[in-house]
Design a protein. Structure first.
Length: 148
């Protein structure tokens, strides 16, 4: 069923074009060096949009947090600077979701865009992982909380 969702996302809804646009924007931001945290997040978003029904976007610190304090401060400043742009992108995405839900064929695309909405607000440090890995990571976190 998830494979069918990926196929519907790519062919009638042209999801591969959305993924390509996010990849190009991410590469452009990575070249600027200052926008590299945002660019890396957008590259991860494009990976997510290549197979949205079989992968999940999670914060990178859930996997491992080996960033230095200076990098964390830099990422926080970048997020504050990016926030107005992120709000505009998120608002445009919400409008697009509403318009897609109106049509029957656009519902898979609306689901994908709704799942990636948090990444538009804050793409810094997000990672695209398979759904199975994310579920196993969640189980491990729950087990560690239970046995503490």
């Amino acid at each position: 069923m998830r494979t069918l969702g990926n196929i519907l996302w790519h062919f009638p809804c042209l999801g591969f074009l959305t993924a390509l646009l996010h990849l190009l924007l991410g590469l452009l931001l990575v070249i600027t060096i200052i926008g590299s945290p945002i660019g890396l997040g957008l590259i991860e978003l494009s990976k997510f949009q290549m197979s949205p029904f079989t992968s999940v976007m999670i914060p990178g610190d859930r996997i491992e947090d080996n960033r230095s304090l200076l990098r964390r401060i830099f990422e926080a400043v970048i997020v504050i600077i990016y926030l107005p742009i992120g709000l505009i992108l998120a608002l445009a995405t919400i409008i697009q979701i509403v318009l897609l839900v109106v049509t029957i064929v656009g519902i898979p695309a609306a689901i994908v865009l709704a799942k990636s909405l948090s990444t538009y607000f804050n793409p810094v440090g997000k990672k695209c992982v398979s759904r199975i890995y994310a579920e196993e990571l969640e189980r491990a976190e729950v087990r560690s909380k239970i046995y503490q």
